[in-house]
Write a protein that binds this ligand. Sequence first.
Ligand SMILES: Nc1ncnc2c1ncn2[C@@H]1O[C@H](COP(=O)(O)OP(=O)(O)O)[C@@H](O)[C@H]1O
Ligand SMILES: [Mg+2]
Length: 194
Amino acid sequence: MSVLEVDRISVSFGGHLAVSDCALRVEGGRVSGLIGPNGAGKTTTFNAICGVVQPSSGEVRLDGRNISGLGTHKRARLGIGRTFHRLEVFSSLTVRENIQVGLEIRRSWSRRKAALPQYLDAGGDPEPQAEIDLIIERLDLGGLADELVGSLPTGHARLVELGRALAARPPCCCSTSRHPAWTTPRPTPSVTCS
Ligand SMILES: Nc1ncnc2c1ncn2[C@@H]1O[C@H](COP(=O)(O)OP(=O)(O)O)[C@@H](O)[C@H]1O
Ligand SMILES: [Mg+2]
């Protein structure tokens, strides 16, 4: 079964139809892309998945559960991670502390199988600090762990934002800009959009 299903959603801003009848499915454990020209409605679709905007019709399902009526914080607890066009990091916190924020959300969500085990496949549920270290290592942020994020170049700060999202072990992580960390030698698209 698909981790994420978007079932014919439409989103309007006033009289402007930004997304019309969009349907897509995302499989777990894979990196999938949603591509299209500027203004096509990609960010609005992600916003609808995360609950930032409310579609006028259609459904968003996570692991088969209809989450369309839930607020952003509830979707985050159920495991929808997000990074943004404009950097959304805690610039007065260190790299390590930013990633720790992502771990905190798991205190209050039900235990479930991670959809991105390749990031955290050390076995079992490691100690928080060990898990933070693992994410820092995987994102190649080793030398910067105790630096304030506000002092980092944008490229590194983007990786911190991604690390924070992954720390929540989201079954689904929506990233609205291309991340170097998403790039694989042979990407396999698994999103269909009609
Ligand atoms: N908050 C908003 N208010 C009004 N129009 C918006 C808003 N956000 C996006 N749009 C419009 O919706 C359409 C889709 O935008 P967007 O989802 O940002 O496209 P993309 O991410 O594919 O570039 C565009 O025509 C854009 O101008
Ligand atoms: Mg966009």
